[in-house]
Design a protein around this ligand. Structure first.
Ligand SMILES: Cc1ncc(COP(=O)(O)O)c(C=O)c1O
Length: 235
């Protein structure tokens, strides 16, 4: 905050993820929008992990927080996550978008997305807006996973999104558990420093609306096995 105040005359931007990609928690966007307003800063939200998943019609964290373009003039939606495609979209204030279209280097100097991908994105957006059941299913699976993991004594983070990190601490534990899970048929990547802080290595469990409760149960069983396997390897 102090830094922004000191930048007299300069344009300031307050940039945040909507859903933090490694912790799964949601940014306090209403509070951040007040800070941005007080500082005359432009609030930019990278909603890669919120679009399709959170908010009414899957419109993401900004809509979920009850905010719009007045408070968040720039939003990034990636198309390769919930929407199952590739690429990204920047949406927001019309003047800003026009400006970006004139100066954004990746936009000016990179081949545009192929029309087939644009068409696939439009179809995915239609599904995402319509299919509330996918978001409801995801929330059920997230709840099931968190309760089950809690019973197993696994250390979770304060996330209610489909990104459910399981803290392992040591890097070797995370990689050993990830390898054991892969053997059991579960692709759960180990996230290690420098992506996360030293001693905060974790397994990044990512749930999908197309997973089933049976699969989540099987994953919980495999996590318990993997933990035992990693403990044996460390002994
Ligand atoms: C918060 C965030 N923004 C942007 C991206 C980039 O997305 P893409 O790989 O589709 O370019 C990622 C990728 O994981 C991300 O986590």
């Amino acid at each position: 905050m102090r830094q922004l105040r000191n930048a007299s005359g300069g344009a300031a931007m307050l940039a945040t993820d909507g859903v933090f990609s490694m912790d799964g928690d949601v940014a306090p966007l209403r509070a951040l929008s007040l800070v941005a307003r007080a500082q005359d800063a432009l609030l930019y939200v990278d909603d890669a992990h919120g679009v399709g998943v959170l908010g009414p019609q899957g419109r993401g964290t900004v809509a979920e927080a009850g905010l719009g373009v007045a408070e968040v003039p720039l939003q990034l939606a990636t198309l390769g996550k919930a929407l199952g495609g590739y690429g990204a979209v920047v949406a927001g204030d019309a003047d800003l978008i026009e400006h970006l279209a004139g100066v954004a280097r990746p936009y000016l100097y990179t081949t545009a997305l192929p029309p087939a991908l644009a068409a696939a994105t439009l179809a995915a957006v239609k599904l995402a807006r319509r299919d509330d059941w996918r978001r409801a299913r995801l929330q059920e699976l997230v709840g099931q996973f968190r309760i089950g993991a809690g019973r197993l004594g696994l250390e979770l983070m304060a996330s209610n999104t489909p990104i459910q990190p399981v803290l392992c601490g040591a890097e070797a534990t995370a990689t050993a558990m990830s390898a054991a899970l892969e053997q059991a048929g579960f692709l759960v990547t180990a996230i290690r420093p420098p992506t996360v802080a030293e001693g905060r290595s974790r397994l990044r469990v990512t749930l999908s609306a197309l997973h089933t409760p049976q699969q989540v149960n099987a994953l919980l069983g495999a996590l318990a096995e993997a933990r035992a396997h990693a403990a044996r390897a460390a002994a």
